[in-house]
Design a protein around this ligand. Structure first.
Ligand code: HEC
Length: 225
């Protein structure tokens, strides 16, 4: 193959990818979801775990006027129901060039978290609560990897992970999690038990069933299962 035709192929490949990306972007304009996003379990924890650290968007510091600790406060500024692209809070999550919220040293939200927020806004930014299946809390077969780790990632690792985790406690890995599980501080803090600092900081308790699952895992020896 001559040099010119190789170049042409290359250009065609690039153009192909650009068109593909443009099409993907278009389909994303009209995001639809069969199960509406649940504010209480899919959106509020993202804000509470990633945005309300000391100096940030809690009720005391209200950085840039944003308090992201509860439904009423979240929808009072920066959310345009039905228009995620026009919502300042969404825009702050997707700034190019590493400038997105949360700022360093905290990591950018995951694509799934950003999508949940976008969908929730698109669906009307409603205060959807109690969207769980039945109210039955099943604590059989609770394990670290399948049960506990996802809960901690949802509600805690926004503050408790990375190079300088809050309170010098990380919940990023099993080894990091084990000490406060064994000492009782993990369960004490999420139960808001006397003598422990209530967690998550600046937020309401995590769902009772999640507390129950963590308590069960700890009582069975906090194993790396
Ligand atoms: C918005 C940030 C933030 C979130 C979210 C958060 N924490 Fe914390 N956590 C802190 C800070 C800050 C401290 C240190 C507080 C202090 O020492 O005054 C702390 C301390 C703790 C402690 C020590 C408590 C004690 O009494 O010694 C535990 C245990 C803990 N967190 C567990 C959790 C768990 C479990 C979650 C999730 C359910 C969580 N935290 C969510 C910021 C947070």
């Amino acid at each position: 193959m001559g040099k010119a035709s190789k170049n042409r192929l290359f250009v065609a490949a690039i153009l192909g990818s650009i068109i593909w990306m443009a099409q993907t972007a278009c389909t994303r304009e009209h995001i639809e979801n069969v199960n509406p996003v649940c504010f209480e379990t899919d959106v509020l924890p993202i804000f509470q775990s990633n945005c309300t650290q000391s100096g940030c968007h809690n009720s005391v510091d209200r950085e840039k006027g944003y308090d992201l600790t509860s439904y009423d406060k979240i929808v009072s500024k920066g959310i345009t129901p039905g228009d995620y692209k026009g919502s300042e809070i969404y825009k702050a999550l997707v700034v190019p060039g590493g400038e997105s919220m949360p700022p360093a040293p905290y990591g950018r939200l995951s694509d799934e978290q950003i999508t949940n927020i976008a969908l929730w806004i698109e669906e009307g930014a409603n205060n959807t609560i109690n969207c769980g299946d039945s109210g039955n809390c099943v604590t059989d077969n609770v394990t670290y990897n399948a049960t506990v780790k996802p809960i901690l990632q949802k509600y805690c690792t926004g503050c408790h992970s990375g190079g300088a985790p809050s309170g010098n406690i990380s919940y990023a890995t099993y080894n990091a999690t084990k000490p406060t599980a064994v000492s009782g501080a993990l369960v004490g803090s999420i139960e808001h038990a006397p003598g422990y600092i209530p967690m998550p900081e600046n937020a309401s308790k995590i769902p009772a069933c999640d507390v129950e699952k963590i308590r069960q895992w700890v009582s069975l020896g906090a194993k790396n299962d």
